[in-house]
Design a protein around this ligand. Structure first.
Ligand code: ZN
Length: 168
């Protein structure tokens, strides 16, 4: 069992040992109605393409700071990454999503590949999009039983990927 601590947050990281820490943005405070706050999830990715389940890490932030908030906005920093809400029960869905995107956007045939070889990653990130907004009620994400939040990596592995979590 692994625990990581920062001044504001202590998080159990059994499921995602590669999420390193949460970095506060601005002065930490408990969210109030009409007052937004941000946190950054920072982690590494291990594959060129992957859907990394960050649901529990987002839930930990929302339960600690989201009481009184109505929305949780998630934003992936990086032009080759995205956020997707998707089923987590069947791991084949992750594979199907990545296989589908590889069919739609094959690697190695884009003008941008002359620059850094990742034209497909930019297009995939653009198709999925960098953000999602999830309703919050009484400090909990309003996800259905099978909905989880995934960070989409399209040009990994990366030592430091960041997701901005904004509570509104
Ligand atoms: Zn590029």
């Amino acid at each position: 069992m692994l625990f990581l601590k920062c001044p504001q947050i202590s998080v159990r990281l059994d499921s995602l040992p590669f999420i390193h820490y949460k970095e506060p943005l601005g002065r930490p405070r408990r969210a109030k109605k009409g007052v937004s706050m941000k946190r950054i999830l920072t982690f590494e990715t291990r594959e060129r393409e992957d859907l990394v389940d960050i649901t529990e890490e987002v839930r930990a932030i929302v339960s600690e700071y989201g009481v009184g908030c109505d929305l949780c906005a998630l934003y992936a920093l990086g032009a080759t990454a995205a956020i997707m809400i998707q089923e987590n029960w069947d791991p084949n869905i992750k594979k199907d999503v990545l296989d589908c995107l590889r069919i739609i956007v094959p690697k190695g045939q884009w003008i941008h590949d002359r620059i850094d070889g990742n034209g497909d990653a930019h297009i995939k990130a653009g198709i999925i999009g960098p953000s999602e907004v999830i309703p919050v009620q009484e400090g909990k994400l309003l996800l259905s039983t099978w909905q989880n939040v995934f960070f989409c990596e399209f040009d990994g592995p990366r030592s430091s990927r960041k997701v901005v979590v904004t509570l509104i």
